[in-house]
Design a protein around this ligand. Structure first.
Ligand SMILES: Cc1ncc(COP(=O)(O)O)c(C=O)c1O
Length: 374
């Protein structure tokens, strides 16, 4: 069988041995009664890490963001500002409209994941009878679809000041907040200082099997707990999952910098091939996500490259793209759009797996680049 290097997402990571051990051995109780000691320990730990009063363990990042929208925008038709490339806007199945009755107003994301603060200021509304009432601003950090970008602290501080001035709560989708903290060497609590609520995920690069935490004030979490129950997210002996999340924070967060270094290395290798068809903005690789651009005049699109990386040709197994058992290498990644590939580094991609991915990518990119020259 070919050796598979799966770079589609950090969500593909499986629990570590220490997580499995903790899952089997942790104390459990009924979390709807707030009696699961392991969930309580996780919530206390995450709230403290983020410098907030309380936290709530929820099944997913999508539910966490939805609950935040529902707590902050309690009247139907209130407005939440979101980036046009944000996960909340693009990939959460329109929960804001479908479930929360929230009107999403879109801010144009810049390539670094930020948006124009002057534009935001001039679009806060609600005094005129015709307008929806602005009730929330959201940011994403790191920014997934902008390529794992860490939002600049200055932007967050300026945004925080605007939100305070206009009495608007600020929510951060921090699915990969710990990647941002590790890369910027800022404590997570400093990054989210001005946020009224934050969602963090344990099931992305942190490798836990399931779960996110929504974090905020005691009053916010009290309301969030009721909404979680309403959405069917009240779980019982869920310490079995919280146990893995606790280990993730202790064991995997310190390893995230390795994913970032490997993403850098891969980006530099691709650029170092000096091919016409493929390039990476190496400086734009902040964390574990990298985008490979395909030039406009290449005769293939991103989907074709994804398909080719998943095939093993006869010449590969006989030539210089062999695994130790001669069965070839498959690299899995995603076509983000027509001209961009997304590759995500994570705990299961060690130096050996990265080396195999580099061999395969080099082979396929050279082959496809030669096609482009015909
Ligand atoms: C930035 C961001 N927010 C939220 C989510 C949603 O998380 P989940 O898949 O746990 O619902 C994701 C998922 O990849 C994400 O990348």
């Amino acid at each position: 069988m070919a050796y598979i290097v799966d770079l589609r997402s950090d969500t593909v990571t499986k629990p570590t041995e220490a997580m499995k051990h903790a899952m089997v051995n942790s104390a459990l109780g009924d979390d709807v009664y707030e009696e699961d000691p392991t969930v309580n320990a996780l919530e206390t730990k995450v709230a403290a890490l983020l410098g907030k009063q309380a936290a709530l363990f929820v099944p997913s990042g999508t539910m966490s963001n939805l609950i935040a929208l529902m707590v902050h925008c309690q009247k139907r038709g209130q407005e939440a500002f979101v980036g046009h490339m944000s996960h909340i806007y693009k990939y959460e199945v329109a929960t804001a409209a479908h479930v929360a009755g929230v009107h999403l107003s879109v801010l144009q994301n810049k390539p670094d994941g930020t948006f124009d603060l002057e534009y935001l200021k001039s679009h806060i509304q609600g005094t005129d009878i015709h307008e929806p009432i602005s009730a929330l601003v959201t940011v994403e950090n790191t920014h997934n679809v902008c390529g794992g970008k860490v939002l600049p602290l200055k932007f967050l501080d300026d945004l925080g000041a605007i939100c305070k001035k206009h009495n608007l709560p600020l929510h951060m989708d921090g699915a990969r907040l710990f990647n941002a903290a590790v890369q910027s060497k800022e404590p997570a609590a400093r990054i989210v200082r001005d946020c009224d609520s934050v969602s963090v995920c344990f099931s992305k690069g942190l490798s836990a099997p399931v779960g996110s935490c929504l974090v905020g004030s005691c009053h916010f979490i009290e309301q969030a707990r009721r909404i979680r129950k309403m959405l069917g997210g009240g779980m019982r002996q869920v310490g079995v999952l919280a146990a893995a999340a606790i280990v993730a924070l202790d064991e995997v967060v310190p390893l995230l910098s390795l994913d970032h270094k490997r993403a850098q290395r891969l980006a530099m290798v691709v650029n170092g091939l000096f091919l016409k068809s493929f390039s990476v903005d190496v400086e734009g690789v902040h964390t574990n996500i990298l985008f490979i651009s395909i030039s406009e005049n290449s005769p293939f699109n991103a989907e074709k490259v994804v398909q080719r990386l998943e095939q093993v040709s006869l010449s590969e197994t006989q030539g210089d793209c062999k695994t130790p058992d001669d069965e070839g290498i498959i690299v899995k990644c995603l076509a983000l759009d027509e001209r961009r590939l997304r590759l995500v580094l994570h705990r299961e991609i060690n130096d050996e797996a990265l080396w195999l991915a580099i061999m395969k990518i080099t082979y396929v990119f050279r082959e496809m680049d030669a096609m482009g020259k015909c």
